[in-house]
Ligand binder design. Sequence first.
Ligand SMILES: [Zn+2]
Length: 171
Amino acid sequence: MSVRFVIDSLDFVRNAGIRRDKIPLLELTRLHDLLYDHAGEVTYQICGYFDDNNKPILCLEITGTINLCCQRCLDKLVQNIDLQTFLLLTENEAELDRNNEDDTMDAILAVPDLDVWSLIEEEIILSLSISSRHPDGMCKMHKLLSNENNSIDVSNLSHPFKALAAFKKIK
Ligand SMILES: [Zn+2]
């Protein structure tokens, strides 16, 4: 079993902490509902520093490739992850509310036991569009729907063949 990475967030900033590591997708269980399979891993880097105004910041970078389910045909949809987030650490809820009103930077509460993996999970989930699906020409279901439409609308007749060609190309 893997050991989750937990930091004292303010300490991490004071020590100019930096860590780079990989997490197997198998371990990111909150993502699993969205995934086609659990193959692969994401790479992250987290570092802490004080910005020009002496505010404690965590910078989080996440990269990797995950396999989502297409919401239309339920087949595999490969999604590249390439995220960079800056998070302002706040001392209390009031400060947190104040900061979240202005949209320039996300803020989180500075806690002594910040679970970095779960933060990463959250950032990935937030980054995914609510309805992820293949581009029209590459989706099986879209091809089927196009075929149905074509039996009514003759002017679109060439379309399914183009879609099929595109589909074959990526196979
Ligand atoms: Zn699809």
